[in-house]
Design a protein around this ligand. Structure first.
Ligand code: GLV
Ligand code: MN
Ligand code: MN
Length: 400
C-alpha cells in the first residue's frame, strides 16, 4: 500500500528547477509529460483503466466509466519554481486513498475515477485551469488554440506534439457528463489550518480572480546617449502600475493584486526598453471588488503611460467569478469527517471551474509554512496520511 509522501518522493526529481529552485512543470512540457507517464503507470499498476480526454486531462477509472461517477484528483503541473505539493498532493493522495479503500475491502457501488487536469497553473500558456476550462466549455477553444508560450509555441502545436488532436479541443460533455460529484484534495496555501491546529479542512469558497496583460510601448533607445527629457521609457508606467496595484488592493477589503511577471523587450541592461509586458493577477471577494481594483490600476497605468509619452494596451487573459462550493455536499462531508474546519481560499483550483457544472468540494491539508507557489510549500508526512484517510472516507461515503 502506498503513502502519499512515498509517491511524492518517487517524482521528486522530475522538473526540478536548478535556476529558480523548486519545480518547473508546465502543461505538455517534458517534465509534465513525464509526470503523466508516471501517473499512468501507477494507475495501471492498480488495475485502473486510463483514458486521456480530448483536452489532455487524464482519467483513471476504478470500475467501468459511467454516469454519476465520484471523481477526485488535481494536477501535476506547477508554477515556475513551485513547491512539491500544489497539485501532486491531490493526485498522490487519490492513489493512496484507492489503496487504502482496497485494503479495507471496499468495492465502489458507483464508478470512481482519479483525474489529472492539464495546465492548472497556466504557467506555460497563461490561462489557469486550462484543462478544466476546456472540458467545461469555460474557454473558447479557438482562443485556447491560439494561446502561445514564452517561445511562441501555440497550445495547438503543443497538444499535437503530445499526440492530441488540436481540432478536438473544447467542451466535452461526454467526459463531464460522467462526473456526478468532484472532490479535490489540495495542500493549503495559507496558515488557516496551522492557526486552527487541524491537519485537514474543507473549502467554502474561492475569490473572484483574473489575469490581465498590460503592454506598455515606448521608444527603444540608448541608456547612456538618451537625455532624460528625451525618453519614452515604458518601464516607468510599468513601475507605476506595480505601485498602483498595492494601493488599489489595499483599498478593497480582502482584495489582492500582484505583478509576478514583467518582461522588458529587448531586455538589455544598457537599453531603454521599447515595450514592457506585465501581468496583473487580481482577486477579491466578489466581481465588483475585483473589477474596482483592476479599474483603478488600469486608470493609473493609462495616466502614467501618457505622462511618459507611451501607450498601453490591456488584455483580459482569464477571469472567474467567486466560487461558492456546494453547501449540501460540504455539510455531508463535514458530517463524515467530524466537523473539520471550513476555510475560504484565495487560490484558484480546477474544482472551482467544475463547481459551475457539478456538485464539488475541496479538502485541504495543513501546510506548516503557510507558503505556497514557492519551494517552502510543505505538508508533513503525518498530515498527508490524514489527508489520505479523509479522502478515502469521503470517497467511501460518496461511492459506497
Ligand atoms: C493557482 O494556484 C492560483 O491560484 O493562481
Ligand atoms: Mn497553484
Ligand atoms: Mn493547485
Amino acid at each position: 500500500m502506498s503513502t502519499a509522501d512515498g509517491l511524492l518522493a518517487a517524482i521528486d526529481g522530475v522538473g526540478a528547477d536548478r535556476r529558480r529552485g523548486g519545480f518547473s512543470r508546465h502543461g505538455f512540457d517534458r517534465a509534465e509529460l513525464e509526470l503523466r507517464e508516471w501517473f499512468v503507470g501507477e494507475a495501471e499498476r492498480r488495475g485502473l483503466a486510463v483514458r486521456t480526454d480530448r483536452n489532455g486531462n487524464v482519467w483513471a477509472w476504478w470500475g467501468a466509466p459511467g454516469p454519476d461517477a465520484v471523481v477526485t484528483g488535481s494536477h501535476l503541473d506547477s508554477v515556475p519554481g513551485g513547491g512539491a505539493f500544489d497539485g501532486p498532493l491531490g493526485v498522490t493522495t487519490a492513489l493512496a486513498a484507492v489503496d487504502l479503500l482496497r485494503a479495507n475491502w471496499f468495492v465502489p457501488a458507483r464508478p470512481l475515477a482519479i483525474v489529472v487536469f492539464a495546465e492548472e497553473e497556466g504557467g506555460r500558456f497563461g490561462v489557469p485551469c486550462l484543462g478544466s476550462r476546456l472540458l467545461t466549455g469555460a474557454i473558447d477553444p479557438d482562443a485556447a488554440r491560439r494561446l502561445t508560450d514564452a517561445d511562441g509555441v501555440s497550445l495547438a502545436e503543443a497538444v499535437a506534439e503530445a499526440g492530441l488532436q488540436p481540432a478536438r479541443l473544447g467542451r466535452d460533455d461526454e467526459a463531464l457528463g460522467l462526473v456526478g460529484r468532484f472532490v479535490e484534495l489540495h495542500v493549503e496555501q495559507g496558515r488557516g489550518l496551522v492557526d486552527l491546529g487541524a491537519p485537514v479542512g474543507l473549502a467554502s469558497s474561492i475569490l473572484a480572480h483574473g489575469r490581465w496583460r498590460f503592454r506598455f510601448t515606448g521608444e527603444g533607445n540608448h541608456a547612456g546617449a538618451t537625455l532624460i527629457g528625451d525618453r519614452r521609457d515604458p518601464m516607468l508606467p510599468a513601475s507605476a502600475l506595480v505601485l498602483a496595484a498595492r494601493r488599489a488592493a489595499s483599498g478593497v477589503d480582502g482584495a489582492r493584486a500582484t505583478v509576478g511577471r514583467l518582461v522588458p523587450n529587448p531586455g538589455g541592461a544598457n537599453v531603454i526598453a521599447s515595450t514592457v509586458d506585465l501581468w496583473l493577477d487580481a482577486r477579491a471577494g466578489d466581481d465588483a471588488g475585483t473589477r474596482a481594483v483592476v479599474g483603478e490600476i488600469s486608470a493609473a497605468a493609462v495616466s502614467a503611460a501618457a505622462d511618459e509619452g507611451c501607450t498601453v494596451a490591456v488584455t483580459e487573459e482569464s477571469y472567474g467569478d467567486t466560487v461558492h462550493f456546494d453547501a449540501a455536499l460540504r455539510d455531508e462531508l463535514s458530517g463524515v469527517l467530524g466537523d473539520v474546519p471550513v476555510l475560504a481560499t484565495g487560490a484558484g483550483h480546477d474544482a472551482g471551474i467544475l463547481a459551475a457544472r457539478v456538485p464539488t468540494a475541496m479538502l485541504f491539508v495543513r501546510n506548516p509554512t503557510g507558503v505556497s507557489h514557492a519551494p517552502a510549500e510543505h505538508a508533513e508526512a503525518a498530515d498527508c496520511t490524514a489527508g489520505v484517510v479523509a479522502l478515502a472516507t469521503v470517497l467511501e461515503r460518496l461511492a459506497g
